[in-house]
Design a protein around this ligand. Sequence first.
Ligand code: PBG
Length: 311
Amino acid sequence: MRKTKLRPLLKESALSKDDLIMPVFVDENISSKQEIPSMPGYFRIPLSQISDEIGKAMEAGIRAFIFFGIPSSKDEIATSAFDDDGVIQKALRNARKEHGDAVLITDVCLCEYTTHGHCGIVRDGEILNDATLPVLGKIAVSHAKAGADIVAPSGMMDGMVKAIRNALDENGFENIAIMSYSAKYASAFYGPFREAADSGFKFGDRKGYQMDIHNSDEALREVELDLKEGADIVMVKPALSYLDIIRRVKERFNVPVAAYNVSGEYSMVKAAARMGWLDEIDIAYEILVSIKRAGADLIITYHAKDIAEVL
Ligand code: PBG
């Protein structure tokens, strides 16, 4: 079995372009692409160029995109997140016009749209879980109206999947799927994203709603709840330090599992590559294969387009 030419026959897992989801940062405040300092090679995209960016990625073989918005206005209650003329809603319509068969996914959360930067409604310094749920429903419906195929709630509020499922169904969007950030850890790996999406919080931390990094059984309970509430795809996030969680979720539930290869994981690879210490593409490929091998069906990754080009 040592002959190199036998290897492809014996390969147990494979990475395909169809597994990859590319994150897109849409910024309503800019008119040309802006590189994100902590994420070299990754850009905030103005509304006018969204369709082009998607077109280029589709030429490389990427079919699925997840949108994050940087709105022109923020308030206490994330009004711009469910505005039918908000940044994501406009981006969806622009992208959909030219790319009918792209899979458009939206991150459903409050943190990019609130002045305090938290993922829920805040009163007296406390994040109010239940008061946040109807807002998430409204955001999901406005994304569906604007052309989203899948909505992805990322705020780790209890009951968010059920609230969104009900809101979508009541508004005639039974066929819009939900990919829930079910097991999302309170991780230090999100730092660059918060710079990219301008979603850092102004006080406290996210440990009240995101998971404790020490826990693994809890991830299974979170996933189980989301599946009962109607999640179609469950996500583990981050990916690389949580491969054990991906594996446990896949083995226990055998449902579509997504993994988010997050911003900090990307930045580490980029930094080492820039120093000439590691080969960027080889490392990115190995990381993505490890996430697949662990059991992920889908991977959200900032390496998507670069890897699609070499696959
Ligand atoms: C919003 C959200 C975050 C990420 C995805 N959606 C940030 C956070 O929870 O602080 C992080 C993605 C990344 O780091 O690449 N709730």
